[in-house]
Design a protein around this ligand. Structure first.
Ligand SMILES: NC(=O)c1ccc[n+]([C@@H]2O[C@H](COP(=O)([O-])OP(=O)(O)OC[C@H]3O[C@@H](n4cnc5c(N)ncnc54)[C@H](O)[C@@H]3O)[C@@H](O)[C@H]2O)c1
Length: 338
């Protein structure tokens, strides 16, 4: 039985708790959070995705306020690292040095330099470090990659991706809106699509971004054109400036020579393939969400099962690198080559 710790028991920590609790072959043995009121606070509904606010059995695991004490106790074999992004590097390197496998939330870290340190620590420790790029595991996104890579509908002509919501204000000290700690909307939210663009098409040759800033100066909306060697048009837009009533949109349209693939969380049906000259079909995608599927994958990697890689550390680092280029493009008003 794999003993799992959840480090950072906010919105995503509770999402990981929900998933680990239902996972055969693993048990949540410990939770670590610096908030002394975590028991009361974790009953509150937070976040922008359903599923995190389920009943938590605090008697079933050891609760730690101090991460080093948890590591020193040897309480866990693996952790879900669900801390604010600026803490990913220091906590990941400490856990790896203690011989613990890590499923670390995205983005991997605030900078490529931090990603390099985490990759070196994983290499030295010989432990699994997987970054939670859950969109690669999201059933409709995974199926779409399969269809695109399968080639039956020919070449991609254009692809556009959107991820829009209202400002993430659920964290106690509002770290999300502090670009120094979260990387802002580009690194925190939009990176989901940057990473998926990389998953579908590989590294872009260059990026060109535009963005708008809220009162107070932080970036609130970004759109990027990803340039590839051929002429396909690839665009992704991410924003967290929507009015609260808007809800949350994640969607894409992929135009291939022989079909258009459509996904929109807010549409019904949300996923369809529309072949040129044929009837639209809703491809079967199986059960579970991206959070469940990424934990299943991590568990298989940790227990030594031979599974095809879905996400690599190099690719997670590259997603941070692309976002860094997108931010540079915003600052300079230029196309940035990669
Ligand atoms: N994959 C996704 O869909 C998704 C969605 C939202 C957030 N995230 C990512 O998950 C991570 C966490 O985001 P969140 O929304 O859960 O944030 P959050 O603010 O809700 O939770 C963070 C938790 O960490 C705790 N914490 C802070 N400092 C600590 C320390 N030094 N030691 C122990 N605990 C500490 C806080 O008390 C809080 O409970 C971020 O990297 C974020 O980008 C991913």
């Amino acid at each position: 039985m794999l003993k799992v710790g959840i480090v950072g028991f906010g919105f995503m920590g509770r999402m990981h708790y929900r998933v680990w609790k239902g996972m055969a072959g693993a048990e949540v043995a410990a939770v670590c959070d610096a908030n002394p009121n975590i028991v009361a606070d974790s009953q509150k509904a937070v976040g922008n995705i359903d599923g995190a606010a389920e009943a938590i059995d605090f008697d079933s695991f050891n609760l730690y306020g101090d991460f080093d004490a948890m590591l020193a106790d040897g309480a866990v074999d693996a952790i879900s690292l669900t801390l604010p992004t600026y803490l990913h590097r220091p906590f990941a390197t400490r856990a790896l040095a203690a011989g613990v496998h890590i499923l670390c939330e995205k983005p991997m870290a605030l900078s490529t330099a931090d990603c390099d340190a985490m990759m070196a620590a994983a290499e030295d420790a010989g432990k699994v470090l997987q970054i939670g790029h859950c969109v690669r595991f999201w059933p409709e996104y995974a199926k779409t990659r399969e269809i695109v890579a399968g080639g039956q509908y020919g070449r991609v002509l254009a692809a556009s991706f959107r991820r829009l919501g209202s400002p993430p204000t659920w964290s106690a000290d509002n770290w999300f809106l502090d670009e120094q700690r979260s990387g802002g909307v580009a690194l925190d939210l939009h990176i989901h699509d940057t990473d998926y663009v990389q998953y579908l098409f590989g590294m872009p040759r260059a990026v060109c971004s535009r963005g708008s800033r809220a009162r107070g100066g932080h970036l609130i909306h970004i759109a990027t054109l990803y340039e590839y060697a051929d002429d396909k048009v690839v665009v992704a837009e991410g924003g967290w400036g929507m009015a609260p009533q808007f809800g949350f949109e994640m969607s894409f349209n992929i135009v291939l020579e022989g079909a258009t693939i459509v996904y929109d969380l807010t549409r019904d049906p949300m996923f369809k393939v529309c072949p040129v000259g044929g009837q639209s079909v809703q491809p079967a995608v199986g059960g579970g969400d991206g959070y469940i599927r990424q934990v299943e994958h991590f568990l298989k990697c940790v227990t030594g099962e031979d599974v095809p890689p879905v996400t690599t550390l190099e690719q997670s680092r590259n997603s941070v690198r692309i976002v860094e280029a997108e931010k540079l493009s915003l600052a300079k008003g230029n196309r940035i080559a990669l």
